[in-house]
Design a protein around this ligand. Structure first.
Ligand SMILES: Nc1ncnc2c1ncn2[C@@H]1O[C@H](COP(=O)(O)OP(=O)(O)OP(=O)(O)O)[C@@H](O)[C@H]1O
Length: 258
């Protein structure tokens, strides 16, 4: 009997480099990201974590000087192919930013906007159902269900970030990219976001950039350590923090630099 082939990776990067003009920010990085897992990107400031994360849904396209080489696939399809619909790609690979950035619209509209432009709801009640389900999944429903028409920007920072997560979830993504999603939040709001990441893990592939090693250890199953644009080490989070293979990883996690 031939052994079953391993499950295909949700996303794979092969030999990815990113340049800003002449400057190379990401150097020949290859990595796989899987469903049901949280992957953390850690490393000192400026090592290219955010730049690399943004290649996964082509957010670098919005920066005129940025150039990406190598290959990134989603379910085996090259996301940089000429016929890739980038709007569709960003619905499948959603993103949550460091600073919560709700639209200056109502809580309801923040979540309803994506499903509406992507034609995901067949009726008003269908749309209301999507909004409720997304807010529930983002752990915000109980706090906002009686004031859905209030402005999203009037919420607390932590609530705004959960609203942004609800907005990403509403279009039914497969992958969620989070770029330091809790670094602008207080410890209680941070704990809520971390709890939420745990709850979301079963449904999506999640990739999180974090400055905070304790946070990476708490929320992720896999960790990638970056230094000077290179991927130094990638492995199971427990192993990486307890028995790093590379000297540079060891120096970083023991606080010798960074
Ligand atoms: N829009 C840009 N134009 C030019 N250079 C950039 C741009 N964005 C980032 N860089 C440079 O690319 C390198 C990697 O930056 P990036 O933000 O990806 O690192 P990072 O590891 O996420 O850092 P941090 O943790 O501080 O956010 C840095 O040297 C940075 O100055």
């Amino acid at each position: 009997m031939t052994p079953a082939s391993p499950a295909p990776h949700k996303m794979s990067a092969r030999g990815v480099s990113v340049f800003y003009g002449q400057k190379q920010a990401v150097k020949d990085v290859s990595i796989d990201v899987d469903m049901d897992k949280v992957t953390a990107f850690i490393g000192p400031s400026g090592c290219g974590k955010s730049t690399f994360l943004r290649t996964f849904n082509r957010m670098n396209d919005t920066i005129a000087s940025a150039r990406v080489t190598g290959e990134i696939t989603l379910d085996g399809a090259d996301i940089y192919a000429a016929d890739m619909d980038v709007v569709q790609l960003r619905a499948r690979v959603g993103m949550v930013f460091q600073k919560p950035n709700p639209f200056p619209k109502s809580i309801f509209e923040n979540v309803a906007y994506g499903p509406r432009i992507h034609g995901l709801a067949s009726s008003k009640s269908d749309l209301e159902g999507i909004v409720e389900r997304s807010l529930k999944r983002a752990g915000l429903w109980e706090e906002v269900k009686d004031r859905l028409s209030d402005s999203g920007t009037a919420l607390s920072g932590g609530q705004q970030q959960r609203l942004c997560i609800a907005r990403a979830i509403a279009v039914d993504p497969e992958v969620i990219l989070m770029d330091e999603p809790a670094s602008a939040l207080d410890p209680i709001a941070t704990a809520k976001i971390e709890e939420l990441i745990h709850e979301l893990r079963g449904r999506y592939a999640i990739v999180i950039v974090t400055h905070n090693m304790q946070q990476a250890a708490r929320v992720s199953q896999r960790t990638a350590f970056f230094h000077l644009g290179q991927l130094v080490e990638y492995g199971e989070t427990d192993n990486l923090f307890t028995a790093p293979r590379e000297e540079r990883t060891k120096d970083y996690i023991t606080g010798r630099y960074g």
